[in-house]
Design a protein around this ligand. Structure first.
Ligand SMILES: Cc1cc2nc3c(=O)[nH]c(=O)nc-3n(C[C@H](O)[C@H](O)[C@H](O)COP(=O)(O)O)c2cc1C
Length: 151
């Protein structure tokens, strides 16, 4: 069975609610084991054990959150060269922008040679039902792609 790892940070509640929506969507695919961890609790062993990775972060000061950067710093060298080609995706909670968080994560993940499986989902301001649906769709599409081996 394939494993999908969702790693996120929240400084409040929004990105956690976004992660829950992605998880709900992913769990509609019975052929995939879904593991959800906060950045502080996740490490290289989780990433190495996963067939696909979805990251979630707020945008803080035009960048990914410090906790997401800490997570990526801790896993980078342990995973470099071992996860190339595995699919990944990203969701970002932002107040007014979100693009700085996207580009900062993409730059680092490019170094791991992961394969982008979907466009990033950015939620600016409050989380609306249509965005929750988009996040559930991200999780469901990613998980079914993993199960089918097409990502
Ligand atoms: C210290 C700090 C810096 C922030 N910087 C940005 C920013 O650069 N761009 C932006 O769009 N939102 C920014 N925000 C707003 C957060 O990204 C937004 O409120 C987000 O939804 C918070 O998610 P969370 O509740 O999961 O922590 C900032 C918030 C904080 C607390």
């Amino acid at each position: 069975m394939k494993t999908l790892l969702i790693v996120y940070h929240t400084g409040g509640v929004k990105t956690a609610r976004m992660a829950q929506a992605v998880e709900r969507g992913a769990k509609t695919e019975p052929g995939v084991r879904v593991v959800v961890k906060r950045c502080a609790d996740a490490g290289a062993e989780d990433v190495l054990a996963a067939d696909g990775l979805i990251l979630g972060t707020p945008e803080n000061f035009g960048y990914m959150s410090g906790m997401m950067k800490d997570f990526l710093e801790r896993i980078f060298y342990a995973c470099e060269g071992k996860v190339a080609g595995r699919p990944w995706a990203l969701f970002v909670g932002a107040g007014q922008d979100g693009t700085g968080a996207v580009s900062s994560v993409e730059r680092i993940v490019t170094g791991l040679r992961l394969k982008k499986a979907a466009d990033p989902v950015i939620v600016v301001k409050d989380l609306q039902p249509v965005q929750i649906a988009a996040l559930e769709e991200l999780g469901a599409t990613f998980a079914s792609g993993l199960a089918l081996g097409v990502l």
